[in-house]
Design a protein around this ligand. Structure first.
Ligand SMILES: C[S@@+](CC[C@H](N)C(=O)[O-])C[C@H]1O[C@@H](n2cnc3c(N)ncnc32)[C@H](O)[C@@H]1O
Length: 430
């Protein structure tokens, strides 16, 4: 395929996503199934166009003065990918599968957009209804933070210290240009590439198959480290899901002690078994809600790790469609889930033990406000400090920019180069 056909395909997919509310991955997959002649390179370019259009949908709409998927894709190619109007025209002329040529109004809109500056929520590519929350957390950094959440994400890996180490992996993965992450001691990073470029398929690497590394954002590695899980401890990973944090906790416990991996949704746990095996983890018992109970763990855990269900505003780089789909009803539901999860998880912490609360959201309602409300409901708990845990877990690594008075920590793409993650530590009174 040439660029003209790829642009047509991207317009078709984005229209499907926006008018029929199809999840973007499904829409891309269906397009691929219906167009088997398209090679993997074509699919990459089409996917990149669609994802970049979604990342910048707010600012493009404001700069163009029009809101339609065709123009969002064309502007991505012309402006974001820097191909220019002439580049677009050349792509159209060279390919009978290309989109319709630009109308005079469309060309004028693209010309005007080149100079136009979006402001506020649109400049940050943040939905307008969430802008007050962004300003509340980030103040004069709100636009920069939103823009960083609208950029492409790197591929981050975590060296699995049960089987390998970062130094070895840096050598093994030199051919994909993996470098060391700056904050997590076990992290490796392959930087995002611009435009049509394709990222390496790291799951095909020998090291992945053998469990030497996991795919895990550096922010996720860091918040797992704030659990300060140590060999020999009793740990409950209360929202274990597919096990991303479970695996990191097991590595920091050097396979000694016990982790109970639980999730209220049985199906979410499905991938964990295979992942534990590949990573060589031997100290995890998976507790499936359908067939086991947690009663005997009550009041007995050194650490209860709560990787709470959340809106995912911190991972917009990886799921840009989710940012425009988020509703105030969904936010209210997640707040309710978080309250329930926290209250339920608290029962398993032993006197003197810790509860670590994590979200991949940057919204204060899901983060510091949720913790403040928890502390008001539970006088058997006091505030611990995620910042103090940071210093203990990551000696020599400077504290992140966003640390509140209680010591809760917020990571963001603009401030730490990671996905957005929040972590708070709660201490059960002895
Ligand atoms: C952010 S995801 C967990 C991701 C996982 N820890 C990882 O690192 O791969 C949140 C999880 O919380 C689970 N969850 C939601 N409500 C819950 C509850 N009341 N009790 C336990 N788990 C719950 C969801 O099923 C979901 O899998």
């Amino acid at each position: 395929m040439k660029d003209g056909g790829r642009l047509s395909a991207a317009i078709e997919v984005l229209t499907e996503v926006e008018t029929r509310h199809r999840p973007v991955q499904l829409a891309l997959r269906d397009w691929g199934t219906a167009h088997r002649f398209a090679g993997s390179g074509d699919r990459t370019v089409i996917g990149n166009l669609v994802f970049d259009a979604l990342r910048h949908r707010g600012s493009l709409t404001e700069r163009l003065g029009r809101d339609d998927p065709r123009m969002a894709v064309i502007a991505t190619y012309v402006l974001t990918w820097d191909q220019g109007i002439d580049g677009f025209k050349a792509a159209v002329e060279a390919d009978r599968h290309a989109p319709e040529p630009l109308s005079a109004e469309e060309e004028a809109a693209l010309e005007a957009a080149r100079e136009a500056q979006a402001t506020g929520a649109a400049a940050a590519d943040v939905p307008a209804w969430l802008w007050p929350s962004f300003e509340a957390v980030f103040a004069d950094q709100a636009v920069a933070e939103g823009q960083a959440l609208a950029a492409r994400a790197p591929i981050d890996l975590r060296a699995n210290t049960l089987k390998s180490d970062r130094e070895k992996l840096l050598k093994k993965l030199a051919h994909v240009s993996a470098g060391a992450t700056p904050l997590s001691p076990n992290g490796l990073r392959i930087f995002a590439k611009p435009g049509a470029a394709r990222m390496p398929h790291v799951q095909a690497e020998e090291g992945y198959q053998k469990g030497w590394f996991e795919l895990q954002d550096e922010g996720s590695q860091l918040v797992a480290a704030l659990g300060l899980a140590r060999p020999g401890q009793q740990v409950l990973d209360f929202c274990a899901g597919g096990g991303g944090k479970t695996l990191a906790l097991a590595a920091s416990m050097e396979n000694k002690g016990q982790i109970f991996a639980y999730d209220a949704e049985r199906l979410r746990l499905a991938p964990i078994h295979e992942r534990l095996k590949r990573a060589g983890v031997r100290n995890v018992q998976v507790r499936d809600p359908a067939s086991s109970r947690l009663d005997e763990l009550e009041g007995a855990m050194d650490l209860v790790f709560v990787d709470a269900p959340c809106t995912g505003t911190g991972v917009w780089r990886r799921r840009p469609d989710s940012k425009w789909k988020l509703t105030d009803k969904a936010l209210a539901d997640r707040l309710d889930d978080q309250r329930k999860v926290l209250d339920a998880a608290a029962a398993y912490v032993k006197p003197g033990g810790r509860l670590v609360y994590v979200t991949c959201s940057v919204l204060p309602q899901e983060n510091s406000e949720q913790i403040t409300a928890f502390l008001e409901r539970h006088d058997d708990f006091g505030a611990g400090s995620a910042a103090a845990a940071w210093s203990a877990a990551l000696p020599g690594v400077a504290l992140p920019r966003y640390v509140n008075e209680r010591g809760d920590v917020l990571l963001t793409p603009a401030s730490t180069g990671t996905d957005g993650f929040f972590a708070a530590v709660l201490q059960r009174r002895a």
